[in-house]
Design a protein around this ligand. Sequence first.
Ligand code: AMP
Length: 398
Amino acid sequence: MFQPSMHKPSGQGPTLGILGAGQLGRMLALAAAPLGVRCVCFDPEPEACAGDVSELVCAPWSDLDAVAAFAKRCDAITFEFENVPAATLRHASTLARVDPPVLALETGQDRLLEKQLFERMGLSVHPYEAASTAAEFAAACERVGFASGSGTGVVAKTRRGGYDGKGQAVIRSREQISAAWVALAGSMDARKDVLVEQFVPFERELSLIAVRGAGGAFASYPLTQNRHQGGILRESIAPAPSVPASVARHTARYMHDLMDALQYVGVLAIEFFLVRDAAAEDGARLLANEMAPRVHNSGHWTIDAAMTSQFENHVRAVLGLPLGSCEVRAPSVMVNFIGAMPPARDLLAIPGCRVHDYAKPARAGRKVGHATILDAQADDPRVKRVIELASAADARPV
Ligand code: AMP
């Protein structure tokens, strides 16, 4: 098995390189420190918030000399940002071990490849079609949404580069198709690789986060229930309440198979829609929406409420160390802070509220922190209070 710490004199732990230095890199570096692992992040942005807690190398993704110099210092390299150019990752992988594999990154960067992978692995997906021109787009909207009789319309998404609801348009009627194309592609004549998906009238959104080690060990956290608004995650409830046992069992098995097929090492997240289906065992079914080949926002609760956090498990996996237990220590609710942080004094006065401030400047639509309320269900008054504080901070002019 891969043992990077063996190259080092005793007492000096391995160095983990992280491509990307946003809040996910910050939380990875914070989880790595108690294991004696030093992190060095790489990001084009000099103010990236992981730079507060780890060394930060600042250079453009395209500067392959800088990538090489960075890689030579690292015992292992991972990434926290899924839009790292695949060429950058491939270059780094010639000089150091890189996990998760480049193929997983490339698949996660393209919504069409993602859907095709899900289908190959036997996961259910909702109807979709790819389109690259206005005419193909109109035809796809018609087939997937309007002529299909689903009555719910479509969601159009750019195949690459979208995140947190950006690069998406919900189309409810035929009259909205042209405007949606212009919004996504820039003009009627432009070409753009787009995916047209049927709009799913889901009951709930769930995600599964799992980790696979270098030797094939596998562990998964329980399904988490997520609420998005405007395409951005607002709250997660963990474990997701009242999920049929068959759904949880099947989902973990598919995840295991998918990670084995990719020879995946590290943490992987898949987001699902739960839909009612009278024909299914237990009356419900999960449709796979997208995957993230990295630690994931819907797993932030694991820092405070699981035996081993997703961040620590990712560090363990990519360094070839034994995985930690994914067992839940307490039911919890995670609330994201979008735009601006609520006053720390108000949050810290709430019992059992664990606060994570990413120390990022306030900006509309930006994730700047989160809180996890321990021993809580969704209707806990402490959760309501944190959501109120989050909304008040978000509404403040920034
Ligand atoms: P995504 O970037 O694919 O994760 O989409 C962001 C959010 O938009 C999801 O978490 C859902 O809340 C919503 N959404 C995306 N695709 C669909 C769909 N096909 N049907 C209904 N809602 C969707």
